[in-house]
Ligand binder design. Sequence first.
Ligand SMILES: NC(=O)c1ccc[n+]([C@@H]2O[C@H](COP(=O)([O-])OP(=O)(O)OC[C@H]3O[C@@H](n4cnc5c(N)ncnc54)[C@H](O)[C@@H]3O)[C@@H](O)[C@H]2O)c1
Length: 335
Amino acid sequence: MTRRVAVIGAGFMGSMHASIFSSAPNCKLAAVVDPNVELARAVAARCGNAKVYASHDELLAAEKLDLVSICTPDNLHRAPAEAVAAKGVNLFIEKPIASTVDDAKAIIAAARDARVKLGVGYLLRFDPRYARAKELIDEGRIGAPIHLYARRNSARTEGPKRYAGKLPLALHVTVHDVDLVLWMLRGQHPVSVYAQQTDRLLGPTGTQDSIAAIARFSDGTVVNFESAWSLPSGARHMIDARLELIGTEGSFEVQCGDSGLYFADNDRSQEMDTQHWPTLAGRVGGDLRQQLLAVLEWLEGADRPVASGEDALRSLELTLAMIRSAETGEVVRLG
Ligand SMILES: NC(=O)c1ccc[n+]([C@@H]2O[C@H](COP(=O)([O-])OP(=O)(O)OC[C@H]3O[C@@H](n4cnc5c(N)ncnc54)[C@H](O)[C@@H]3O)[C@@H](O)[C@H]2O)c1
């Protein structure tokens, strides 16, 4: 059965979602929505000439859909999500689910009341290295988790260029590792978090340079999170990401810094993306593609590790607690 999908928000992520849905099996990209209609038209033209609408109201009045993917800025997820759910259409929302707990809860309630599916875009769950690492935990190979270390560092020329002044570093970057850790430590919940952040470099642009947080979980596991988007522009890695776990019976390290493809010319030298969304033969690939293909299977009832609204609420709450701790200098206690 061919699923009809629309993408709301035709920017950086939405254009890639549109590309993937337009080339996915058993799927038709029906429409792209953005108040910047020129942008939406350009994306639609590259993606099988999908229809273009300027607002979610116009989309929902005109189209019969199976899934809507919401790729608007974090603080603008709620209105389209509530409208889509009210129409009885399944929802997929880019991470984080929202920028506030109130918005996240409202989105979850809207999906629950309308009995539609709600998934959230934590694409790292679809990276085979993280997925296999989680299986090692589930298979009991590492015993009880003792300590995790999660790092995600990137150059000042990437994230801050797009998001400085719009959302905190932790909500954009650290939240990916928070989701992974909560997913891997299922059954445990965070009981406290303490964080410190710095803005000596990027403060004038309205964002932080780095954040370091230490969280304690209900079974005693301790997790160090460390994120920075202030590495110099010449930094070797696109994203220097690492996840290490020490357990009572074993340990693992996931190392995503080296992408395996190093490129240099007369202007720059850098590892190129082979993980998240590399374009291969004109198609967006990587974890993002794997995730959206899995979302289509999950719509059909298959068991896929798509982050739920509740998962995303938990990662949002811990990340916001981290930010609160960094701002106040106090330990934040959690339920
Ligand atoms: N999964 C990841 O690794 C990842 C990476 C980057 C961004 N994101 C998330 O993806 C989402 C989008 O980020 P982005 O970088 O693509 O932002 P962006 O600014 O590039 O694009 C957002 C688009 O939404 C449009 N828009 C704004 N209000 C709208 C509305 N009411 N209806 C329809 N369109 C509207 C804007 O015109 C813009 O074109 C955010 O939630 C962000 O945090 C996720």
